[in-house]
Design a binder for this molecule. Structure first.
Ligand code: PXL
Length: 297
């Protein structure tokens, strides 16, 4: 079984960050270690919140893991508590990225044109340093604008998105994935570009409702999918479909919670989507090895 560590906050109530990453990644059959960056009473979209910064725990926990020779197949980062903590996370990545460790960064810091309340305008620069270390980054358009210095637009065309992806790659990451992209009414999805110039897009239905934490559901699902051997396009596809399923399940709930999507209800759908794709990979591998046996002996 693959093992990842996710580095983000514990919002005790809020259905985001670690309270999403743990159940989603575990359900996908991947061990999910955690390195909590802060403990909040609830996420910062509530009117008020408490926050205990756990920066001083990062070094001793990392030292202990190194002593125990622990390694990770993936490092997945989300909401980080401060610019200084971004520096600590970069150092953690240098220490724990071996050959074959996939680094996935969700630069969770902003949405709908605004930085989250806990951050000041110096934070995106520190987060850009975290993105520099990543194989894959997963910003929304607000975050990408803050990372690249491009203007944030709600009405845009393909040229704007292409330039944004190119400018994100200039940060130094391997692949940039933009979430929340829409080129036509009623369709919403993702667009990605890698350093070899390979593009990918996937669009699904646009939902009129929106819930906090769906970015975390998306990034956790992409991480789980990649760890189970899916190609990036397949991981992005099931992640986008799962987010739609979560939004629809929440919207149709009799008493929907306002602060986060009811992702728990549709975990069986996620497992089914993942299972179908993993089965296809196994079938392809088996027929490949039968072909090799027949042709080499
Ligand atoms: O990624 C969402 C998120 C995670 N963690 C905290 C947040 C938010 C969004 O507001 O406040 C603490």
């Amino acid at each position: 079984m693959k093992r990842i560590v996710t580095i983000q906050d514990i919002s005790c109530i809020g259905c985001c960050s670690i309270t999403v990453a743990l159940p989603v990644i575990s359900a996908m059959g991947v061990e999910c270690g955690i390195l909590p960056t802060a403990v909040l009473s609830n996420h910062t979209m509530f009117q008020d919140f408490t926050c205990a910064d756990l920066s001083d725990q990062i070094q001793p926990i990392s030292d202990m893991w190194e002593k125990e020779n622990l390694t990770f197949d993936g490092i997945y980062t989300g909401y980080l508590a401060s610019g200084e903590q971004c520096g600590q996370v970069v150092r953690f990545m240098k220490r724990f990225t071996g050959s074959g460790t996939l680094v996935i960064v969700d630069p969770a810091m902003a949405d709908n044109g605004n930085l989250y309340p806990a951050f000041d305008s110096s934070f995106p620069k520190a987060m850009a340093e975290v993105c520099r270390k990543a194989d894959i980054i997963l910003p929304n358009i607000t975050e990408a604008a803050l990372l690249t210095g491009m203007p944030y637009k709600t009405a845009y065309d393909r040229t704007y998105i292409r330039e944004m992806l190119e400018r994100l790659l200039e940060l130094g990451c391997g692949t940039a994935v933009l979430t929340g992209v829409s080129f036509e009414p009623g369709r919403l999805g993702v667009a990605s570009l890698d350093r070899e110039g390979k593009e990918f897009t996937y669009f699904t239905k646009w939902c009129s409702q929106s819930y906090h934490g769906t970015g975390d559901i998306f990034a956790s699902t992409v991480t789980g999918g990649l760890m189970r051997g899916l190609a990036l396009g397949d991981a992005l596809t099931i992640a986008a479909d799962y987010v739609v399923a979560c939004i629809e399940a929440t919207a149709s709930s009799e008493n929907p919670r306002w602060y986060g999507a009811e992702f728990e209800k549709v975990i069986p759908d996620l497992c089914r989507m993942l299972g179908e794709r993993v089965k296809l990979i196994h079938e392809a591998t088996e027929s490949n090895s039968r072909f090799l046996e027949r042709n080499i002996v």
